[in-house]
Design a protein around this ligand. Structure first.
Ligand SMILES: [Fe+2]
Length: 453
């Protein structure tokens, strides 16, 4: 049968096709009911390979090693009926298997192969988009991926907004802010609840230090968070950053408790250690502490989660954030265990997974974070300085990685290494000034003890 995007699916169940289309839309829109729709698709036709693969994808998106067994079950179930599947479904299953085993480059290749012949496959596009972002740290390829399919999404075609939103974000991470904002705003005009497009424009405003405008933009977008997943907390984090750079300090603790790390939310209770939530929380606490704000006991619950996730490197950028929580609470044995697991990963990863290289970068970042907290500032600089331009390989955005640069410059200042500190600030400004506003780096300048921006 064919779905609403004219993509062939190996099933004879109309209900299955409809549920898969609904799941795709929910996934693209960060809506909570994606899993429910996937379950409905499986219920309608358990033999449908794409339905089983979508279930596996939804689990993988949690980026938690605890779900890998469930993913294996989905792969095994899909394998039983794959002979009936379409070539596109074969590739989706191959992508899921590669992703499951940490072969992210291979997964990206499978999604790109799908897109070469099926540029309307929005799920392949979004998953490749995220993999470029989280596991490849490659903004140029993330942008090129979207631009290859963009001609197949002309004005007026339903679904074009999703593509524009992805293009907007990829352009932002590539430093093309004018086009990023234009595409993001176009997507929001098409669908005011397109959270990824709202987010893309927020990133532009962050990089251009449009703090008041950015806070207002995110607040306006909050009207569309009713059905949103935990991604709502990331938007709240962006709002907190705008307020912080606008001068807010201790009052942000209430913002942290109410919207960034809202323990009363069923979403936090359901996923208390979701990678993006942990990144948001640790990053904001760290930034506040660098500004001299007492964050109280807020690190403790994050550190509890971190201890339970030692050795989970599915999203490498999360690891230095786990380390921030463990070090802030003085759990030095756990810190050592994190580093040992990263050392192990750097030497034992599969040759084609690229994971060993990434693990070495994560190791340096985590060592730097720990040393900074212990007051071993020279050691923190020694760990972070050589990998400062490789941190992008851990995934995450420019705005997110900024906290690691702030830690590095703060360590240089505390170590009394004035020459290095000023070199770092000059390097950041020179390297990125053509793109981001100089004011974006005010946190780094402040960490370095320099006045102004
Ligand atoms: Fe973001």
């Amino acid at each position: 049968m064919r779905d609403d995007l004219d993509l062939e699916i190996g099933t004879t169940s109309e209900a299955c096709v409809a549920a898969l289309a609904a799941a795709r839309e929910s996934h693209l829109g960060f809506r909570m009911d994606a899993a429910r729709h996937v379950n409905m698709a499986i219920e309608a036709d358990p033999a449908c390979v794409l339905a089983q693969v979508m279930k596996g994808y939804m689990a993988m998106l949690l980026s938690n090693t605890a779900v890998l067994g469930a993913v294996d079950q989905r792969i095994a179930t899909a394998r039983r009926t794959v002979s009936e599947a379409t070539p596109r479904e074969h590739l989706h299953l191959a992508a899921l298997e590669a992703w499951r085993h940490g072969r992210n480059a291979r997964a990206i290749a499978a999604w790109e192969e799908i897109l070469a012949s099926h540029p309307r496959d929005l799920t392949a596009l979004r998953l490749a988009h995220f993999a470029y972002f989280w596991s490849a740290g490659d903004a140029a390829r993330m942008r090129a991926s979207v631009e290859r399919v963009l001609p197949h999404w002309p004005d007026g075609v339903r679904g074009r907004g999703w593509v524009l939103g992805m293009h907007g974000f990829a352009c932002e991470e590539s430093g093309d802010y004018a086009l990023a904002e234009r595409q993001g705003r176009r997507a929001v005009e098409i669908d005011a609840s397109d959270l990824w497009a709202i987010h893309a424009v927020a990133h532009v405003m962050e990089m251009q230090s449009r703090h008041a405008e950015g806070a207002a933009w995110v607040e306006a977008g909050a009207a569309h968070l009713g059905a949103a997943t935990n991604f709502r907390f990331h938007l709240a984090w962006h709002r907190a950053l705008f307020l912080l750079e606008g001068g807010a300090r201790t009052e942000l603790l209430a913002c942290y408790d109410d919207s960034v790390r809202d323990h009363a939310s069923p979403l936090v209770q359901g996923q208390p250690d979701l990678y993006i939530d942990v990144q948001n929380a640790a990053s904001l606490l760290m930034r506040l502490e660098l500004l001299g704000v007492d964050v109280g006991s807020r690190w403790n619950e994050l550190a509890d989660k971190a201890e339970a996730r030692i050795g989970d490197h599915l999203i490498p950028f999360t690891v230095p954030h786990w380390m921030m929580a463990l070090a802030a609470t003085g759990r030095w044995a756990a810190c050592d265990a994190v580093l040992a697991a990263l050392r192990d990963a750097s030497t034992s990863a599969a040759e084609d997974s690229d994971a060993s290289h990434v693990a070495r970068i994560a190791l340096a970042a985590a060592e730097g974070v720990r040393a900074h907290r212990r007051g071993a500032h020279a050691a923190a600089v020694a760990a972070l300085f050589p990998v400062r331009h490789d941190l992008v390989r851990l995934g995450g955005s420019h705005a997110q990685r900024d906290v690691l640069w702030q830690i590095m410059t703060d360590a240089a200042r505390c170590a009394g290494d004035a020459a290095l500190m000023e070199d770092l600030v000059a390097e950041v400004r020179a390297a990125r000034a053509p793109h981001a506003s100089p004011a974006f780096y005010q946190g780094i300048s402040r960490s370095a003890g320099l006045s102004g921006t």
